[in-house]
Design a protein around this ligand. Sequence first.
Ligand code: NI
Length: 169
Amino acid sequence: MGLLKILTYPDPALRAKAKEITDIDGALQRLIDDMTETMYAAPGVGLAANQVGDLRQVLVIDVNTREQSKYSLIVLINPRIVSAQGTVEGEEGCLSLPGFNVVVERAEQVFVKGLDREGKEIGIEAAGLLAVALQHEIDHLRGRIILDKASPVKRSFYKKRALKKSLAE
Ligand code: NI
């Protein structure tokens, strides 16, 4: 067990498409456990593998610190949205984009399928913050980040600031 380094923009891993997982083994389960620990420590409500530099389709989510949910910790391998309904707008942040918030339009309710930590097929019926978090993290696995949702002016301002910071490191 251990904390993982959360990569920040403009790390290229955030733009990569994560690969479908075919082998669920002890190494993957260790990654999941480390991602979970890292998410809680951050603290954040979700984390996708890209954000820790692993390009496999796995995410962890727990929204309970912000909103009560019938689900506690959710682990999803190879997640896919199978149905979506309604639209909702809300402000989102991202552990990989420190200091950046943007209003994003999302589906209000989603039904997501995937595999759990043991490789068993599961379905998650989500509304509210959980639905938003699922869409946000699944976007990460496709190489999409909330920076893409900002206005061109806001986006270029943040890009410049992030570039300056990464050059200073
Ligand atoms: Ni994020």
